[in-house]
Design a binder for this molecule. Structure first.
Ligand code: SDX
Length: 428
């Protein structure tokens, strides 16, 4: 007999189904509660609300565990390329040699942008934030490839659309940077790997072809792998909410980009660097920054710290930190911001405010230092997060269709005026 939870309100008791996940995560299913009792549950920010069943990514925030399709992030980060990880997240299994080759070829095939889509870049002011361009351009893709609007969650058309999106997000991102820098576009080179091709499109010039060092390619690959999915985070939930209306994949991921942009989510990677630069140049002691972050009258937060799910180290931040040391050493570089970051981490880990609230460095804390080391400009950091997150967004969009997820439509408790009569203008 399946387990039940019992909720008593007044003199009535309601039996609620209990479900258990693969890793023993427990859930009380309240879907029928309102119908049976008239009560809704309240959970602003959805801190205690499951919105779906998913078989893509597992996070245990108390233990600091992250797995893609069952594979620990530590192993994936060490052994897999981003393209392999994308395949794994999208199709549930690691690709064999033949599948990987076909997937890579398909991604290469779709790298170029429709010429008329390319022309749209010239309409943006040079100062345009690349995240705005990315979101707009992703939405625009369907104007140039109307066939993608008909795509469902499986079959060759879906496979083609996935490759198209993974490929075009990279080209659009690089072009947004070139446009802002007033430089000509570099068209994709099919002989290059996913990361090398991105770096080529970003940094090659007519007079000098950019050839990325293996250290830089590896570091970028790791950055993308670590961002590939993270279950029901704000942007992925946004993709699911938009997709739940059966909006097409491109609109859904364009909305994901918008959600990611904010500094509480993906925008934190750039905000961390601004914070570290401010600490370094202001000459103010670290304790002042900690005090500001602790002050409840002040909205100031330490960027790159804290997480909705992790109440322990974010495993990605540990991997990222190690990689930062490695890359700086291999490139014979020094970054004064790393010193500031290390000092800040040390101070927070012994400060009772941060200890009591389990606030640890998250994925964004060291990622900006990694991107700085490999020459990525600050305004592209969150764009890089978006490229990395694309497999997760697509996979969640697909899963919601496969599961026939209901339209996302939360309830509310109304706290406004009770009924009153309309007052004519002359009487107001
Ligand atoms: C990402 O969800 C995901 O999976 C996201 C992500 C992914 O891969 O998709 O992992 C990527 O978005 C990482 C997060 C990046 N954002 C930041 O680094 C911004 C700084 N951090 C925060 O503002 C905050 O920690 C959040 C937004 C990340 C999480 O917010 P929550 O879950 O709503 O946390 P909370 O408000 O419940 O915090 C609990 C307490 C509060 O204090 P009290 O009211 O209990 O006294 O901790 C405090 C918060 O004020 N707190 C912080 C803090 N983060 C939380 N205090 C100071 N500095 C901080 N950074």
């Amino acid at each position: 007999m399946s387990e039940k939870a019992h909720l008593t309100i007044g003199d009535k008791t309601y039996d609620l189904d209990v479900t258990i996940g693969t890793e023993n995560e427990k859930c009380v299913d309240i879907q029928k509660l309102r119908k049976e009792s008239g009560y809704i549950t309240m959970d602003p920010g959805y801190g205690n609300t499951g919105s779906c069943y998913s078989s893509i990514t597992y996070v245990d925030g108390d233990k600091g565990i992250l797995r893609y399709r069952g594979y620990p992030i530590e192993e994936i980060a060490e052994k897999a390329t981003f393209v392999e990880v994308a395949y794994l997240i999208l199709y549930g299994e690691l690709p064999n040699v033949k599948q990987l080759r076909a997937f890579r070829e398909s991604i290469s095939e779709h790298a170029a942008l429709h010429t008329n889509l390319e022309h749209h870049f010239s309409g943006f002011p040079k100062t345009s934030p690349p995240m705005a361009i990315l979101s707009a351009m992703l939405n625009l893709i369907s104007c140039f490839h109307p066939e993608v609007l008909e795509v469902h969650s499986e079959g060759p058309e879906f496979d083609r659309t996935v490759a198209l999106l993974l490929s075009k997000v990279r080209t659009i991102s690089a072009f947004s940077y070139r446009m802002a820098a007033g430089k000509p576009f570099n068209h994709p080179n099919p002989n290059l790997s996913y990361c090398s091709n991105f770096l080529h499109m970003m940094f090659s010039d007519p007079y000098r072809e950019y050839v990325a060092s293996p250290v830089i390619v590896k570091a970028l690959n790791l950055f993308l792998v670590l961002h590939a999915d993270h279950e029901q985070n704000c942007s992925t939930s946004t993709v699911r909410v938009v997709g739940s209306s059966r909006a097409n994949l491109f609109s859904s991921v364009a909305a994901g980009v918008c959600a990611l942009w904010g500094p509480l989510h993906g925008g934190a990677n750039a905000a961390v660097i601004k914070m570290l630069e401010d600490i370094k140049t202001s000459g103010r002691p670290l304790s002042q920054y900690l005090d500001m972050a602790k002050d409840k009258e002040n909205d100031y937060k330490l960027m790159g710290f804290g997480h909705r799910v992790y109440k322990n180290f974010d495993p990605r931040s540990l991997i990222m930190k190690k990689q930062v040391y490695k890359v700086l050493e291999e490139l014979h570089q020094d970054d004064p911001l790393l010193e500031v970051a290390l000092e800040l981490e040390e101070e927070t880990l012994k400060d009772s405010y941060f200890v009591e609230r389990n606030l640890y460095p998250n994925v964004d804390f060291y990622s900006g230092i990694l991107l700085r080391a490999i020459g990525i400009p600050l305004n592209m950091y969150t764009v890089l997060f978006a490229i990395g997150r694309m497999p997760g967004w697509i996979s969640n969009w697909r899963e919601l269709l496969e599961h026939k997820q209901r339209l996302s439509r939360p309830r509310q408790i109304y706290t406004g005026e009770a009924t009153r009569n309309f007052v004519p203008l002359a009487a107001r």
